[in-house]
Design a protein around this ligand. Sequence first.
Ligand code: ACO
Length: 316
Amino acid sequence: MPAVPPNVRGAVITGWGTALPPKVLTNFDLEQMFDTSNDWIVERTGIHQRHVGGTTVGLSVESGRAALDMSGVDPATIDALVLATTTPDRMVPGSAAAVQNELGLRCGSYDVNAACSGFVYALVQGHGMVAMGAKKVLVIGTDTLARITDWTDRNTAILFADGSGAVVIEAVDGPGQLVSWDLDADGSAERFLYADIGANIHMDGKEVFRRAVRIMVDSGTKSMNHAGVTADDIALVVPHQANIRIIQAACDRLGIPIERAATVLHRTGNTSSASVPLALADALDAGRVNKGDLVLLVGFGAGMTAASAVLRWGGE
Ligand code: ACO
């Protein structure tokens, strides 16, 4: 997949927002639900607690509104809403339409399902729309995985959770922030992680772990190569928040010190489409990104999908 061609109208992020349901489930709560321990979960995943509850529409409205408020953009002037989610509230219609209505947007609105890679897929699409003439796009990543988690299955219930993150991107003169991107999928690996309609998530954790590291490294390397940059140039990597050991292994192989990774999974668990924007927002709020910094977003998920992008913060 390409570096962004020259002379294409770019965009920059001008606002961001997050939403987490108020209910917190700690590892100690899980100890009461099935045979596990706080020590095991922390050591094997890095997760201490997760938020559960809410709906995909409700959480998206909350994060989307926060992003709009921060950007100062009039909701009626948003040209498109792209909502990444694996867990829509209904089969039909997509959840984006209800979010559009509640936020007072007047634009095309649709869902994207690329599992945990979804937010990066949606962000790349948003930039594509700006290149084709849109001026302002709202991109949201939301999942309510608690609704499709078997809360008696210690293999999956320790990982999954609910949340939402959103960004407003606005057109700028010149190339903008997106330097390069890579979107990938390998449908032959579907059997390792899936949920049938109306059923809970099934996962072969060991196989997902093995593949996750490989495809994050592969996708992240492609985006850096397309951008003509190396690991040393990356000021912040924002990985999918699945397991701290996956993040550590991927960072090691990418040659990026773990200190340069954004992590929130210790307090959020794996929120799928929301995990990259939640981690990005956390790093931005902490002042970890300065104008001109290169930020590498890299996700993987069911499919199995992968997605990465190199952003130059604030644009050229
Ligand atoms: N508590 C206590 N013990 C447990 C638990 C638990 N929750 N789960 C498994 N065990 C036991 C096992 O039974 C096993 O015992 P044994 O050695 O006596 O047989 C032992 O702990 C080790 O089990 P493993 O499965 O080998 O543990 P592993 O280190 O692989 O960790 C985990 C499991 C955390 C699921 C890991 O494989 C993982 O994170 N995989 C990736 C999952 C992932 O990222 N999924 C999301 C993808 S993104 C998306 O699209 C949603």
